[in-house]
Design a binder for this molecule. Structure first.
Ligand code: NAD
Length: 263
């Protein structure tokens, strides 16, 4: 299947590692031009160089913290200056701290809101006018399986990703007639540094080993293994593509069967 991504310009946020990077690799392999951001310039430029040499794609890396609206504006300006347009937006950020309700003060809520919700709002605000003007766009938000089944001890993530989901579902209807789709992709437990970090946090909390924490998760997954970033990226790239033209307002999991509901 030709995904119709050749010549499209994709801005993938938080893409030096993990799920964002895996999706960036997939989009580049399909012929898209990339603009990537992450906070640490050195790691980001290494990722950009690796993708360029593996795929021959044009890749611009702009160091930025998506939790800061001024940084978001700078990334979008750099992308437009270099490539003239942004056809595909993938919103993403690092995960917020784990913890229960009583472990998060007002400052923690504020920081997590900027990271998970404000970043999506600002990125979307910046790219939407150009997409509307061209009558074509793809917005894909990386959220989590926690929007359909909240995960214990991840209160901030559970709460704020639900807010992103509500915004996306509403926006999808507002821009559907402009040729713009808005979807969410819900990773399950996928082998990245984030999952290693969560396993370490669970191990410290419960006095078990990180391997035992990971094993407990794999026992909850019908496929009995963590996902690989490439498995996530396959669906994500499709949802960003021309071929996904009649899919909007959806939240789809890539989770090895972890979600048990009928949807
Ligand atoms: P990761 O920690 O492996 O990678 C995160 C990437 O985001 C890195 O490139 C990092 O540099 C970048 N980043 C972090 N904070 C940033 C910021 N403020 N501004 C710009 N860049 C930033 O994480 P991942 O596993 O790829 O997860 C991506 C998102 O998906 C996270 O929000 C995570 O909570 C969520 N998620 C992951 C899983 C999983 O199993 N991996 C499951 C559900 C949800």
């Amino acid at each position: 299947m030709d995904l119709g991504l050749k010549g499209k310009v994709a801005l993938v946020a938080a893409a030096s590692k993990g799920l964002g990077r895996a999706l960036a690799e997939e989009l580049a392999a399909e012929g898209a031009t990339l603009v990537l951001c992450a906070r640490t310039d050195e790691t980001l430029q290494q990722t950009c160089a690796a993708i360029r040499s593996a795929t021959g794609a044009q890749v611009l890396g702009v160091a930025a913290d998506v939790a800061k609206p001024a940084d978001v504006a700078r990334v979008v300006q750099a992308a437009l200056a270099q490539f003239g347009q942004i056809d595909i937006l993938v919103t993403n950020a690092g995960g917020p701290p784990a913890g229960t309700f009583e472990q998060h003060d007002a400052a923690a809520w504020d920081a997590a809101t900027r990271l998970l919700l404000t970043s999506v709002v600002e990125l979307t605000r910046a790219v939407l006018p150009g997409m509307k003007a061209r009558g074509w766009g793809r917005i894909l938000n990386i959220t989590s399986i926690s929007v359909k089944q909240p995960i214990g001890n991840l209160l901030l993530s559970n709460s704020l990703r639900a807010a992103v989901t509500g915004m996306a579902r509403t926006l999808a209807n507002e821009v559907a007639a402009d040729g713009i789709t808005v979807n969410n992709i819900l990773p399950g437990y996928t082998r990245t540094e984030r999952v290693e970090h969560l396993a370490g946090a669970a191990a410290a909390r419960e006095n078990i080993s990180p391997e035992q924490a990971t094993e407990r998760w794999t026992n909850e997954i019908p496929m009995r293994r963590l996902g690989e970033p490439r498995e996530f990226a396959a669906l994500a790239a499709f949802l960003c593509s021309e071929r996904a033209s009649y899919i909007t307002g959806t939240s789809t999991a890539v989770d090895g069967g972890w979600l048990r509901g009928l949807y």
